[in-house]
Design a protein around this ligand. Structure first.
Ligand code: FE2
Length: 377
C-alpha cells in the first residue's frame, strides 16, 4: 500500500504516498523514536530500549526509499538505516487536522437514550466464563455503551467477585472488596436505605474514582427498587447543543466531592463534572449530588451561570426519554462504566426484601482483556 517516499523540509521529514494517492508526512525524529529494530524496541515485550537523549538533536534524514512495501530511511549523524512496515505507518499516521469539536467521542463509543432498552447488552453468566465469543461481544458492548446486563448466575454470596475475575480485578475500598446494598436499621450511607436515589456516578470523592461498578442481585421481592441507567455522555452532548457556554463552564472548572464516613474515612477529590482531554475528547463524567462538597473553584462572576448549567444537566439526566429502567431478578447483575454511565434506583417499600451486592473494578483491565480477545479472534 506504500508507493513513494520523498524527503522534505531539508531532511527533517518524509512525504509518503500510499495507495490511491493518500499522502502522509512523518518527521525524522518521530521515525527514529519509533524505530522497530531490536536495539530500539524489545522484541520480547515491545518496550522502548532507548531514551530521547540517545537520539542526536541534529538528526536528519539522508535517504528514503520503498522496498517491498516497506519504508527504508537512512539518518545522519547516526549513519543507520531503519525499516518501517507500510501498514504500520498508515495505522499510526498523525498528519491530519486536530479535532475541533469540544466533547468529541472515540469512534468505539456510542451514546444512547431510553431506546437502548430494546437492545440492552446482555450475556449469560455461565457463557461469559466458558465462551470467548460471548465474553468478547459483551466486553465490546461495555466499551461502546458503558452498560451491560448479566443473567443466569447462582444465588451465592460473593459471586460478583468471580464475575469481575473474568475480565479484570476488583478494586478494594473502605467499603471492602464488595459491599452489601440493602436496608439497615442504622444506615451509614443513603445507598443502604429504602429511599430512591437520583442518577449518579459512584464515589466521585475518590481519586481516581472507580471506573467500573458491578451490582449483583441476590433477592428482589420488595415493591419498587428498579434500577435506572443514563448515559452521561449523551446528557453532556445535549447540554452542549443547547448551552455551549454552560457546557464549557462544567468542563473548565473543578467541582469538589467529599465523603466522611464512620471511623477514619474522609475522602476528597477535585475534578470537573464533565471531563475533557486537552484535545477536547470527552473522557469522564461525575455527577453525584449527595457527595458534592461546596464548590469553591468557580469564580464569583461565573458561579450563577455554572449553577444554571449544573441544574439543566440534572434535568436532562432525569428526563424519561434519557434512561433505561429494569428490575434485576436474583442471579442477575449489571456492570456500568462509572466514568460515563449514571445509575439510579426507585424507592422500595419495607415489604419483601431487596439484597444486592456491589463492587468496583477498573476499565483498563477490562479493555486489556478485550484487546487480547480481539487479537485472538
Ligand atoms: Fe451508586
Amino acid at each position: 500500500m506504500l508507493e513513494t517516499a520523498e524527503l522534505i523540509d531539508n531532511g527533517q521529514a518524509v512525504l509518503l504516498t500510499f495507495h490511491q494517492g493518500e499522502q502522509r508526512r512523518f518527521h525524522g525524529i518521530w521515525l527514529r523514536d519509533n524505530a522497530q529494530d531490536a536495539a530500539t524496541r524489545s522484541p520480547d515485550n515491545g518496550q522502548r530500549l532507548i531514551s530521547l537523549a540517545d537520539i542526536p538533536a541534529s538528526l536528519r534524514l539522508t535517504e528514503a526509499r520503498i522496498e517491498a512495501g516497506r519504508l527504508i530511511v537512512a539518518m545522519a549523524p547516526e549513519a543507520q538505516e531503519f525499516a518501517y512496515d507500510g501498514a504500520w505507518l498508515w495505522k499510526h499516521a498523525y498528519d491530519r487536522e486536530p479535532p475541533s469539536r469540544r466533547g468529541w467521542l472515540d469512534t468505539r463509543t456510542e451514546t444512547w437514550d431510553a431506546s437502548l432498552a430494546k437492545r440492552l447488552p446482555s450475556a449469560d453468566i455461565t457463557a461469559l466464563g466458558n465462551d470467548d465469543d460471548t465474553k468478547r461481544r459483551w466486553l465490546a458492548d461495555i466499551r461502546r455503551y458503558g452498560i451491560g446486563k448479566l443473567t443466569g448466575g447462582p444465588i451465592e454470596d460473593g459471586v460478583l467477585l468471580d464475575i469481575v475475575a473474568q475480565f479484570g480485578f476488583t478494586r478494594e475500598t473502605n467499603y471492602g472488596r464488595y459491599f452489601e446494598v440493602r436496608s439497615e436499621i442504622a444506615p451509614t450511607n443513603l445507598a443502604f436505605t429504602g429511599l430512591g436515589l437520583p442518577a449518579h456516578t459512584d464515589n466521585p470523592y475518590r481519586d481516581p474514582a472507580p471506573t467500573l461498578q458491578l451490582l449483583y442481585c441476590l433477592e428482589n421481592s420488595a415493591a419498587g427498587g428498579d434500577n435506572r441507567v443514563v448515559d452521561g455522555f449523551l446528557a453532556a452532548q445535549l447540554l452542549h447543543e443547547e448551552d455551549p457556554h454552560g457546557f464549557e463552564l462544567l468542563a473548565s472548572y473543578c467541582a469538589r466531592f467529599e465523603y466522611r464516613g464512620l471511623g477514619d474515612v474522609c475522602l476528597q477529590a477535585r475534578r470537573p463534572i464533565i471531563e475533557l482531554a486537552p484535545d477536547g475528547e470527552m473522557i469522564g463524567f461525575r455527577f453525584n449530588n449527595r457527595s458534592a462538597a461546596p464548590f469553591s473553584d468557580i469564580p464569583y462572576a461565573d458561579m450563577a451561570t455554572y449553577y444554571a448549567a449544573y441544574r439543566r444537566l440534572g434535568e436532562i439526566l432525569e428526563s424519561p426519554e434519557m434512561g433505561v429502567t429494569f428490575k434485576l431478578a436474583p442471579g442477575e447483575a449489571f456492570l456500568v462504566d462509572n466514568t460515563r454511565v449514571l445509575h439510579a434506583r426507585t424507592g422500595y417499600s419495607g415489604e419483601g426484601s431487596r439484597w444486592l451486592q456491589g463492587c468496583y473494578a477498573d476499565r483498563d483491565g477490562l479493555l486489556s482483556t478485550l484487546a487480547c480477545l480481539e487479537d485472538a479472534a
